[in-house]
Design a protein around this ligand. Structure first.
Ligand code: AMP
Ligand code: ZN
Length: 116
């Protein structure tokens, strides 16, 4: 996806504060952190949202979840975190490349449904 902002971050065309990368996923600090820890984990391959995934995407979806604990610990959220995937218009998704927010820090993140 030529113009997708997160595809461009994966390709290094737009700078990001990268915290992790492997063959399937890429993770970086959110540009407008809502909590002391606020990391985005994305598939390297363009997937528009959770509403577009297929069984073929299960390896990358699993990887996004399995790397979360270490990313949270390494980035200031040692005692738990919240993982959020906003999806589509109703979910309040603003960037049309699937991404999981990992939010946390030393203190509880707060009410469940507050928009991150
Ligand atoms: P969502 O509302 O779930 O689509 O979240 C999109 C997130 O992407 C927001 O938290 C933005 O702050 C973040 N974001 C947008 N552009 C960038 C960027 N260039 N680098 C890092 N984070 C970004
Ligand atoms: Zn993309």
């Amino acid at each position: 996806m030529d113009n997708c902002i997160f595809c461009r971050i994966v390709r290094g065309e737009i700078p990001s504060k990268k915290v992790y990368e492997d063959e399937l996923v890429f993770a970086f600090h959110d540009i407008q952190p809502q909590r002391p820890t606020h990391i985005l984990v994305i598939p390297k391959r363009h997937i528009a949202s959770l509403a577009q995934v297929t069984p073929e995407d299960e390896p990358v979806l699993g990887r996004m979840l399995s790397v979360a604990q270490q990313l949270a610990r390494d980035n200031g959220s040692a005692d738990g975190f919240r993982a959020i995937i906003n999806t589509g218009r109703v979910g309040g998704q603003e960037v049309a490349h699937l991404h999981m927010h990992i939010v946390g820090g030393p203190d509880p993140v707060g009410p469940m449904l507050k928009k991150i």
